[in-house]
Design a binder for this molecule. Structure first.
Ligand code: HEM
Length: 135
């Protein structure tokens, strides 16, 4: 149970705000100066944005639009081929934190989203500090 499950953030924020958030986030990711991070992401930024905001919409209490198009999110399986170290999880969270600020998501909404994102980012870590696979 996360704080995001105490509200319907999809209704509070609306789909256009989630599109804005994912666009702001991925614009930062694709502009990241460090190739070890940026090069994990496929060339198609538009698809990455759509995958993310559709997932957020359904996870935050909206219609199941991600699953209707792609099936179960299965986040661990879908991230298994990317080298996700602790440093990568932290970088992802830095970009997301900045994107939340950029689109004006603040207060309890930001706090709840960051709790969910932080927990999920470290759950997706699949390499330890010596680059050994964790799962
Ligand atoms: C820990 C750091 C993370 C890294 C390095 C990472 C990396 C990636 C990459 C490279 C993709 C492929 C882009 C695409 O084509 O869609 C992706 C997709 C995705 N990520 Fe992450 N991610 C991270 C954390 C997260 C977190 C915290 C969430 C959710 C809260 C998340 C949700 C997703 C979703 C829903 C997709 C689309 C999957 C698909 O449809 O194939 N990711 N991620």
């Amino acid at each position: 149970m996360f704080k995001i499950d105490n509200h319907n953030l999809f209704e509070e924020l609306g789909l256009p705000k989630l599109v804005e958030l994912s666009t702001a986030f991925y614009t930062r990711v694709y502009a990241d100066e460090d190739p070890w991070f940026r090069n994990m992401f496929p060339d198609d930024m538009d698809s990455a944005i759509q995958n993310q905001y559709e997932f957020f919409a359904q996870r935050l209490g909206g219609p199941q639009i991600y699953s209707a198009r792609k099936g179960h999110p299965a986040l661990r399986a879908r991230h298994a081929s990317f080298p996700i170290t602790k440093r990568a999880a932290e970088r992802w969270l830095e970009h997301m934190n900045a994107a939340l600020d950029e689109v004006g998501i603040a207060g309890i909404q930001k706090e709840a989203l960051l709790e969910f994102f932080t927990d999920t980012a470290f759950f997706l870590q699949n390499l330890d500090d010596s680059n050994q696979r964790i799962y």
